[in-house]
Design a protein around this ligand. Structure first.
Ligand code: PLP
Length: 409
């Protein structure tokens, strides 16, 4: 590589720097009133991270409550169907509450408890992070308030009911598009007001420092397990790994242990929606550029004036205008490559996986699957592809049924 002389060797543990920067990305772009809270959180997290007691407690609850370790599953019939590389799934869909999000929610709840904060707030889009947060709050006896766009509450009524069953207060946000971006704004407003006794459990590897770092660390267990499991099973590292990228938490969790293994190609898959046209997708690396949104500097979908563009995806969990700063950094370095899957490709892969493997994947995860199947097809049978199955599709079956009905009509 010609850039090798100017590019320092990769050291995944050197990032972010003390200010939360991943190269030119990340940082802390918040109101003055939150700076103290973020500094306090960073300090508390760094102490907890190095405390064997905290780590042991976390491991215990990840096992007993969340259901770790999750399986690395050989998708035998899909492999035969595709006729290329061996396909493995990292089965985060088997976790309690149905997705990887519980890893982070559980860890942050333990951290809040350690910090003496008894009230938890969180934002949620599709409701998956809200459900995970409500669940851990019930378990630890913490007060829980979830902010959710009013439009999302209509679309995801079942998840609203699940959160309320577990004792959470769900606050509908009526501003703007009434979706995730507005819910995050409301959660930040609440935090500013109640910061002394409240912790904000942010749901992805995004936002102001320390969240991108902390959330990444709490999901690293995905890749740590996957590496050990694949070495035991195949006696070698995978050739390629594929994960879907909303904010980027399941992907960076799966990839982190492999960043310094140059033989392993890493692919992040964004939501291609109805195609890469303004307002029709959420593929930030396909149509976005550098900007600042909700706490950090990163790639985002914006118009010429810097107004945030509308996004669209069949999967609510990938439907966000900005991407986690660490992904933007590794994309610049060429270490993580990015592609997208369209709604139509996702609908096809969703049905194929259900039929071939008896596993109904979340629509978010199906983006990784659709892309990963194409990769596997292009690789020889002596190759291995690991696909991050970030969640299960139970939440999506009604939506898929309605969409299939529409295409039939
Ligand atoms: C929320 C969610 C995502 C997207 O979030 P990341 O932070 O990018 O992982 C992906 N898959 C599932 C199942 C989700 O619930």
């Amino acid at each position: 590589m010609s850039a090798a002389s100017s590019t320092p060797p990769l050291d995944r543990f050197s990032l972010p720097d003390a200010g939360g920067h991943f190269g030119r990305y990340g940082g802390t772009f918040v109101p003055e009133t939150l700076m103290t809270a973020l500094a306090e959180l960073t300090a508390a997290y760094l102490v907890a991270r190095d405390d064997p007691g905290f780590q042991a407690e976390l491991r215990h609850h990840l096992k007993e409550f969340a259901g770790r370790p999750t399986e690395l599953y050989f998708a035998e019939r899909l492999t035969a169907h595709v006729g290329g590389a061996k396909i493995y799934f990292k089965r985060e869909d088997l976790l309690h509450t149905g997705a990887h999000k519980i890893n982070n929610a559980l860890a942050q709840a333990l951290l809040a408890r350690r910090m003496g904060k008894k009230r938890i707030i969180a934002e949620t889009g599709a409701g998956q992070h809200g459900v995970a947060t409500a669940s851990v709050c019930a378990k630890f006896g913490l007060e829980c308030v979830i902010y959710m766009g009013a439009h999302d509450m209509e679309r995801q009524a079942l998840n609203v009911f699940r959160m309320r069953l577990m004792g959470a207060t769900v606050v509908g946000v009526e501003a703007g598009q009434k979706t995730l971006k507005e819910a995050i704004n409301e959660a930040m407003r609440d935090w500013v007001t109640n910061v002394r006794h409240t912790h904000y459990i942010l749901g992805t590897a995004y936002g102001a420092h320390p969240y991108p770092m902390m959330v990444r660390d709490f999901h690293r267990v995905i890749g740590l397990e996957a590496k050990e499991q694949l070495l035991a099973r195949e006696g070698r590292l995978p050739d390629e790994m594929v994960a879907c990228v909303g904010g980027g938490s399941n992907a960076i969790g799966l990839f982190f242990e492999f960043l310094e293994d140059p033989g392993v190609r890493l692919f992040g898959v964004e939501a291609g929606g109805r195609g890469i046209k303004r307002g029709e997708h959420a593929a930030r690396f396909a149509g976005g550029r550098l900007g600042v949104l909700q706490g950090c500097k990163t790639f985002l979908l914006q118009d010429a004036e810097g107004q945030i563009e509308l996004t669209h995806s069949v999967s609510a969990g990938l439907d966000y205008a900005a991407v986690g700063p660490e992904h933007a950094f590794y994309r610049d370095r060429g270490r993580i490559e990015f592609g997208y899957a369209t709604d139509a490709e996702v609908m096809e892969a969703f049905q194929l996986c259900s039929r071939q493997e008896g596993i109904i994947p979340a629509l978010e995860s199906t983006h990784a699957l659709a892309f990963g199947l194409k990769r596997a097809r292009d690789l020889g049978p002596d190759k291995v592809v690991v696909i991050g199955l970030s969640g299960r599709g139970d939440k999506d079956v009604q939506q898929v049924a309605a969409l299939l009905e529409k295409t039939k009509a």
